[in-house]
Write a protein that binds this ligand. Structure first.
Ligand SMILES: [Fe+2]
Ligand SMILES: [Fe+2]
Length: 274
């Protein structure tokens, strides 16, 4: 221990010493150099998930990135990434909000829930608003409504998970009868000529006929796009709602053996090689 603490950080590799292919692909940031005060001075290679780099120049450089791990004093990232705050042994929903989600998505979720509460809506809608973009915050953006619904399904009322799933499709379709117009943000994001794919159309039509339609629709109505980044909403504001509407597993999210535990573990250790 004391020997490694006195050792010079010889494992440190300067960016110009890395293969040109990695530098050109901008992949040097996937290599975690040892921290000066780390007991273990090995470099850690983070291999980006296929879903993150498919279709980008970075996917062609995975081999070069993996070759880096064969160097001495270098291993693949497994377990805690020192760049991320440590999670407690039995993490709760609040821990994921505070220790894993970025400030933008976190604020978006909390502010949407606050708007729902200010609009006098019920706890199911407030809960759905609080969780509606949880997949964007911590997992994957593509199909975020579907991923998000699955992530929380074992812990919330079926209606809440359903609303989270369907909000994604409903977002694309106005319902003027309840004051929901096609969002300007979507025109900015996707262009005025964008048309949603068939599966989104079908899901929207089915949702319109469903008895829980308004729950999902209310998520889209309280889903805010223009918010003041300086407004801070404390998670504790929703502690009571979460306590009544989210069945926090005793073993901690990720360790309860539920069919979605692995999804929570992926957010605890998002950079694991395997
Ligand atoms: Fe969304
Ligand atoms: Fe949203």
């Amino acid at each position: 221990m004391s020997e490694s603490a006195e050792m010079e950080p010889t494992a440190r590799v300067l960016p110009h010493e890395l293969p040109a292919s990695l530098r050109e692909a901008g992949l040097t940031n996937w290599i975690r150099e040892p921290l000066d005060d780390a007991v273990d001075r090995r470099r850690r290679i983070i291999v980006p998930p296929a879903a993150a780099v498919m279709g980008t120049p970075a996917s062609a450089c995975k081999g070069a990135l993996m070759a880096e791990a064969r160097h001495p004093d270098t291993v693949f990232m497994m377990g805690d990434n020192p760049a991320l705050p440590a999670m407690p042994e039995r993490p709760t929903l609040k821990d994921f909000f505070l220790l894993r989600f970025g400030p933008g998505p976190r604020t978006h979720l909390l502010q949407s829930a606050r708007v729902a509460r200010e609009n006098g809506l019920g706890e199911k809608v407030i809960t759905a608003c609080l969780l509606h973009d949880i997949a964007i915050a911590g997992l994957l953006s593509a199909n975020h409504g579907y991923w998000g619904a699955q992530l929380v399904a074992p812990y919330v009322d079926e209606e809440v998970a359903w609303a989270i799933q369907k909000h994604e499709a409903l977002r694309y379709f106005p319902d003027e009868s309840v004051g929901y117009s096609y969002p300007q943000a979507y025109i900015d994001y996707f262009g005025p000529d964008y048309t949603p794919p068939d599966y989104i159309r079908r899901d929207h039509e089915a949702a319109r006929r469903h008895r829980w339609y308004m729950t999902a629709r209310l998520v889209t109505i309280n889903d805010i796009y223009s918010f003041d980044p300086n407004v801070v909403v404390d998670f504790d504001e929703f502690e009571d709602v979460v306590g009544r509407n989210f069945r926090q597993p005793e073993e901690g999210l990720g360790f309860d053996g539920s069919p979605v535990a692995h999804m929570w573990r992926t957010m605890i250790w998002p950079n694991n090689f395997l």
